[in-house]
Write a protein that binds this ligand. Structure first.
Ligand SMILES: Nc1ncnc2c1ncn2[C@@H]1O[C@H](COP(=O)(O)OP(=O)(O)O)[C@@H](O)[C@H]1O
Ligand SMILES: [Mg+2]
Length: 311
């Protein structure tokens, strides 16, 4: 058991959360059903589940972007009522202003919170140094590589020192090598301020390499199917840890839980028989980086509009 997961009031607590949406045809679609989940202060929690099972919706509820149809969402024991400044959010797509320099993009958060320009710029320089982008302060976002833009996004988010960090498939658009480098960087940066993290990913390897625990959601309506403690030692190097025998064992256990949900989701979308034997034996984590392949990498990070909610 990880030391961060005991006793203290959870940083995040979802109790019996249900989320319904109105469909265009006038029906009701239940995206989440009776979902219970807690994340301790300083804990790194990864969430995996098939496309459409409610992962992004879960993050929207935690962030206060949405209110649940039923159930309770608490941050540090207090109900979430609106967007909370203690929460940082990082999506798959970049949130940088394309016409602003990297420095101004990173300084924008503190400026918005009323920090003086001088202090905001000093803080932004500091964070750009931490993410390895000293010397790139005056570039525009489009003048950077994909990996560098992710570092900008990390600096933009972490400069606000969030107590809770929500990440929705943030690295899925990166190539494999860049992704692993940025994952390592994320772990190093996370150690600096230790926010509680909920990291949604379609990549089971990524989930295990980064997290203290992995939550598997069922096919929609999403609810927690299983929670696995990842007791791999830290600090970790994600490029190497996936060859560790304990990593491979965890991968097999979690994939066994996830596999059925993936098959069901696939069967629903393809009209196939979910009970039919398939050829996809446990994918090897060492050879297939997007081994589970259970979500299209090009899937947009959805920020669903409010108008379709049902309470
Ligand atoms: N605003 C909305 N209106 C109607 N249905 C929605 C809305 N947002 C999400 N959904 C539906 O809820 C389910 C869960 O969506 P989402 O949380 O984006 O899934 P995931 O992130 O796991 O892929 C999906 O079936 C999706 O189509
Ligand atoms: Mg999503």
């Amino acid at each position: 058991m990880n030391a961060t997961t005991t006793d203290a009031v959870p940083a995040i607590e979802l109790r019996g959360v249900t989320q319904r949406f109105r469909t265009p045809s006038g029906g009701v679609h239940t995206a989440l059903h009776d979902l219970d989940m807690t994340v301790a202060p300083g804990e790194f929690c990864a969430v995996v589940g098939p496309t459409g099972c409610g992962k992004s919706t879960t993050l929207s509820l935690i962030s206060g972007l949405k209110a649940a149809s039923a159930g309770r969402t608490l941050l540090h024991g207090e109900p979430v009522t609106s967007l909370d400044r203690r929460v940082g959010f990082m999506f798959q797509t970049d949130a940088a202003f394309p016409w602003r320099t990297v420095l101004d993009n990173v300084a924008a958060g503190p400026r918005f919170r009323g920090v003086s320009r001088r202090d905001a710029v000093a803080g932004a320089r500091d964070w750009l140094r931490r993410v390895g982008l000293s010397g790139f302060e005056d570039r525009l976002p489009h003048q950077l590589s994909g990996g560098m833009r992710k570092r900008v996004a990390l600096a933009q988010t972490l400069i606000n020192e969030p107590e809770i960090l929500l990440m929705d498939e943030p690295f899925s658009a990166l190539d494999v090598q860049t992704r692993q480098i940025v994952q390592d960087e994320l772990l190093g940066l996370w150690e600096l301020t230790r926010p509680a993290v909920v990291f949604v990913t379609h990549d089971l390897e990524e989930a295990i390499a980064l997290a203290d625990k992995v939550v598997v959601l069922t096919v929609g309506p999403g609810t927690v199917k299983d929670t696995f403690t990842i007791d791999l030692p830290r600090p970790r190097r994600v490029q190497e840890i996936r060859f560790d025998a304990r990593f491979v064992a965890l991968y097999e256990r979690i994939w066994t839980s996830l596999r059925d949900e993936v098959r069901l989701a696939y069967a629903r979308s393809a009209g196939a028989d979910p009970g039919a034997p398939t050829k996809d034996a446990t994918p090897s984590p060492a050879t297939a980086t997007t081994a589970t392949g259970f979500s299209a990498p090009s899937e947009p990070a959805t920020t669903p509009s409010d108008d379709a909610e049902v309470h």
